[in-house]
Ligand binder design. Structure first.
Ligand SMILES: *Cc1c(COP(=O)(O)O)cnc(C)c1O
Length: 399
């Protein structure tokens, strides 16, 4: 029963291209060697291109995305600062939770799970904050728990319209490198990501894009920080070094994944993610009794689809059966949507036929779990989309 590959369709860690895996199979090396910067300096430059920043910089901390969340907060804010946040899924919830635990005072907009950042409400709150007590505004660009993408540019417009000086924090862990993201153009001050999603690497690196405005805020910010401090990184990074032992194998992997990203081109990658995601969405629409957790097209995520199963079945059975019987991993329903939702991650190193495999496996697991969907209905809808000239024109238009 172990023939062939297992199938990984969780929204991170994602599938790793063979060339990236092989690039990491190198001997250990001296992280203080005079030529170590030859490996690391191009990585900083490559990350800046993916983040679309020329004015800011990108830090790499050994850690996961959560580490970059913490770094962003502790380096630029002060205990007791008021911040504007919204909660509409497990990841936006966890960032609120972290902010509270670190001593911030979040104004939290509670939003139905299935929708995203309420930019109109943000605009009202910012407009009303004449004394500029709010020091930072937080956006979870892609809520991985519900498959919802929010409009970062709209939040920038709200800040500008209110002439509000708050820093703009964006969680781009499951979006940067897969979905349109423009750090400089959108005036993002702190942009969080990690290695194991769109960057197609193992977990182990947290990436943090930091604007000049955020670096300025860092100079007077008094919150306690140590491992994730900007100051220590700044002392070493320009020469390609780190204040503590960096994961050199991951750097070799990142070098190759950045090369793949540049070869395909960011705009083509975004178009591919749309094309693949749209096939998955059409499949879900064809499954009787199933629907997307995202409540409308304006929220559709091109990196992950959260699927609400019929009331009569338990999504945990779909996930368990998928794993045990069909060797396919789907993402689980987190927290509030546990048992109601399973997720298909469609980001990173992925193509049409892989998506069809995920959908075929999901159909069998759904049927085994008791859903009355028609076998092949979703697969056929996705096939029709992947074959259609329109899907192709999306690709060509972006090239
Ligand atoms: C995965 C994820 C995180 C957490 O990242 P870790 O690498 O698990 O620490 C944070 N935010 C979003 C949106 C994510 O998808």
């Amino acid at each position: 029963m172990k023939n062939g590959h297992s199938h990984l369709f969780i929204p991170g860690p994602t599938n790793i291209p063979d060339s990236v895996r092989q690039a990491m199979n190198v001997p250990m090396q001296d992280m203080r060697a005079p030529d170590f910067g030859d490996l690391t300096k191009p990585l900083f430059a490559g990350l800046k291109r993916v983040y679309k920043t020329t004015e800011g910089r990108v830090f790499m901390f050994p850690g996961s995305g959560t580490g970059a969340w913490e770094s962003a907060i502790t380096n630029t804010l002060n205990t007791g600062d008021k911040v504007l946040m919204s909660r509409f899924g497990q990841f936006s919830h966890l960032w609120v939770d972290m902010a509270e635990r670190l001593g911030l005072k979040p104004h939290v907009c509670e939003v139905e799970w299935g929708k995203g950042v309420p930019d109109n409400e943000y605009a009202r709150v910012l407009e009303a904050d004449k004394s500029h007590e709010i020091k930072a505004v937080f956006v979870t660009q892609n809520e991985t728990a519900t498959g919802v993408t929010s409009d970062v540019a709209a939040v920038r417009r709200a800040l500008d319209a209110a002439k509000h000086p708050a820093l703009l924090f964006v969680d781009g862990v499951s979006s940067i490198g897969s979905i349109d993201f423009r750090m400089d153009e959108w005036g993002v001050d702190l942009a969080v990501s990690g290695s194991q999603k769109g960057f197609m690497l193992p977990a182990g690196l947290s990436f943090l894009g930091v604007s000049q405005k955020a670096l300025e805020a860092n100079k007077s910010a008094t919150m306690a920080r140590c491992y994730f401090s900007f100051e220590d990184m700044l002392k070493f990074n320009d020469d390609g070094y780190f204040p503590y032992t960096p994961p050199t194998q991951l750097f070799h992997g990142l070098k190759q994944s950045l090369a793949l990203i540049e070869e395909e081109g960011l705009e083509n990658i975004f178009a591919r993610h749309y094309r693949l995601a749209e096939g998955v969405r059409r499949a879900i629409a064809a499954w009787d009794g199933c629907r997307l957790c995202a409540t409308g097209p304006e929220w559709h995520s091109d990196t992950v689809s959260a699927i609400v199963v019929p009331d009569s079945i338990d999504a945990r059975d779909v996930i368990r059966i998928g794993y045990e019987k069909y060797r396919t991993s789907f993402g689980s329903g987190l927290s509030k949507v546990m048992g109601k939702v399973f997720r298909i991650g469609h980001l990173g190193d992925l193509n049409e036929v892989m998506c069809l495999a995920a959908l075929g496996s999901a159909e069998m697991a759904l049927r085994d779990a008791g859903a009355k969907i028609e076998l092949g209905s979703g697969v056929a809808a996705a096939q029709a989309w992947y074959m259609s000239p329109f899907a192709e024109s999306v690709k060509v238009a972006a090239e």
